[in-house]
Design a protein around this ligand. Structure first.
Ligand code: HGY
Ligand code: MN
Ligand code: MN
Length: 421
């Protein structure tokens, strides 16, 4: 018996993507576009969450919220004791987001459920759609936070105690927004997990195909570096008497690019996304500089070598002049995570059965799937992004057709996994 393919209602999916993008929308003067700013557990994120919960309930899902604010919508199967097939992603965004990052996976999962309902299809296994908390990590400092706690890599206590730049705790913000659920946070191992996500990079666009079968996620290393120098008068202080924390920070940024360009650390990527000096005043040599370093590498050994090269450079900086010292704080660290071959095959077959060309590729971005992979066979479906796949930028865009095709593959994959023994 061949398993049917499922074709979702593309316009309805697109409308839900655009409706959700309106929550937390802002006018981005840099690009002249409408961007999305919906940081985790802000009022905008809470409003987006409430809208998604309403869509889940309209689709007949039973909704529960756990103590990390992770939301799960459950569609019962004919065998309610069978482990569920899980899909989903996140709807928290970075501050300069587009409409698709994370949202395509959540709204795609709900659209798959609507389609199963309309086709009157009952699956043996339950199907669940998840919304994971603080996937981006840009408010509370650790990425894939909700899924990492659900999978047991990070503790609930650690997560609840994390603070944003205003000192608000994640636990406090869960309570303030009403998403401090009571369900146990440890997720019972699903039968399988499949996440649909915009690629956020140039590979699919460059290959001329819409669909990617994702083979895994590269390693991620986040650390916060604080350079301590000495405040001094900008006019009267000769260079030899300066302990300039701002200059030291600049050296760190240049050194990171040198490590990347050297080619000696594999396919290393390095980003300083946050940089602030104190007291941050025109006529005072900076006493302190705070910066974050985001390293990515598909090879864990090369990542470790790059981290060591950076640490060695920081030690050199401390010895370079009087009064300079450096402290570091680990924010996040995840190794390369390979995805399950069997689930990749189901995805590839679903794409073939829809007549959709596809390629296999490694994910450059981190995703909740890399955390859930610790619990069950897991893989991802990528959908092509336009404009070189730019993301974390309001210009992030994928066509209605590509989004619909990606969710057709998702829905068909979920149907087939939910029928597995
Ligand atoms: O940082 C990332 O790779 C993802 O956007 N959280
Ligand atoms: Mn994402
Ligand atoms: Mn993102």
């Amino acid at each position: 018996m061949t398993t049917p393919t499922l074709t979702v209602d593309g316009p309805r999916l697109w409308r839900s993507l655009m409706d959700l993008a309106a929550i937390g929308a802002y006018d981005d003067e840099r690009t002249g576009l409408r961007g999305v700013n919906r940081l985790a557990l802000t009022d905008a994120d809470a409003a987006g969450r409430r809208r998604v919960v309403a869509w889940m309930e309209e689709a007949g899902l039973t909704v529960r919220v756990d103590r990390m604010g992770n939301i799960y919508g459950r569609r019962e199967g004919t065998d309610p004791t069978a482990a569920a097939v899980l899909t989903g992603s996140h709807i928290d965004s970075v501050a300069t987001a587009g409409a698709f990052d994370g949202c395509l996976g959540v709204l795609g999962g709900i659209e798959a459920v609507r389609t199963l309902n309309e086709r009157g299809i009952r699956t043996r296994r339950p199907i669940e759609v998840a919304v994971f908390t603080e996937e981006e990590g840009v408010r509370f400092g650790t990425d894939m936070l909700g899924s990492a706690v659900a999978a047991g890599r990070l503790t609930l206590e650690y997560a609840h105690a994390l603070t944003d730049r205003d000192g608000r705790t994640l636990g406090g913000e869960l309570a303030r927004t009403g998403f401090d659920g009571t369900e146990d946070v440890r997720l019972a191992p699903p039968h399988a997990y499949v996440e649909c996500h915009i690629e956020q990079g140039p590979v699919l666009a460059g290959s001329g195909v819409e669909i990617g079968v994702v083979t895994g996620v590269q390693g991620i290393s986040w650390q916060e570096i604080t350079v301590h120098g000495r405040a001094a008068h900008a006019g009267t202080t000769p260079t030899r008497l300066r302990a300039d924390a701002g200059l030291a920070a600049a050296h760190i940024i240049v050194r990171l690019r040198e490590l990347v360009d050297s080619g000696e650390y594999g396919d290393l990527r390095a980003t300083v996304g946050h940089l602030i000096v104190h007291p941050d005043l025109t006529n005072i040599v900076p006493a302190r500089a705070e910066l974050t370093v985001d390293l990515r590498n598909p090879d864990d050994a090369q990542m470790a070598r790059a981290e060591e090269a950076l640490a060695a450079f920081l030690r050199e900086l401390e010895e370079s002049g009087p009064g300079l010292s450096v402290t570091t704080r680990r924010m996040a660290k995840t190794a390369h995570v390979p995805f399950d071959e069997g689930v990749q095959k189901v995805i590839a077959q679903a794409a073939d059965d829809h007549g959709l060309e596809h390629i296999s590729l490694l994910s450059g971005a981190g995703h909740d799937a890399q955390e859930i992979a610790a619990l069950c066979p897991t893989a991802m479906i990528f959908v092509r992004g336009e404009y070189d796949g730019i993301s974390h930028n309001p210009r992030e865009y994928s066509t209605p057709e590509a989004c619909a095709h990606g969710v057709d593959v998702l829905a068909t994959t979920l149907l087939r996994l939910a029928g597995q023994d």
